[in-house]
Ligand binder design. Structure first.
Ligand SMILES: [Zn+2]
Length: 75
């Protein structure tokens, strides 16, 4: 089969568009996962509204800004 330059360019364009699309979907998927994990750890102090992340499994965590004990929202 003979490939003309037009066909070649067309296939390159289709291929790169598909690659870009795949990369965009992948990065969006990974980003969403990281964000969801961050949200699970996010705690907002009920006293001073300071937002911080806590990776421990404790139900009640101590606010690093004011020291008040804050219960994590159950999800
Ligand atoms: Zn606080």
């Amino acid at each position: 089969m003979e490939l003309t330059i037009t066909e070649f360019v067309m296939w390159v364009l289709i291929g790169s568009a598909g690659l870009v699309m795949a990369c965009a979907l992948l990065s969006r998927y990974l980003h969403g996962r990281v964000e969801r994990r961050g949200l699970l750890r996010r705690v907002i102090c009920r006293l001073c509204l300071h937002a911080f992340e806590d990776s421990s499994r404790d139900r009640v965590v101590k606010c690093p800004a004011c020291g008040a004990l804050t219960g994590k929202a159950r999800r």
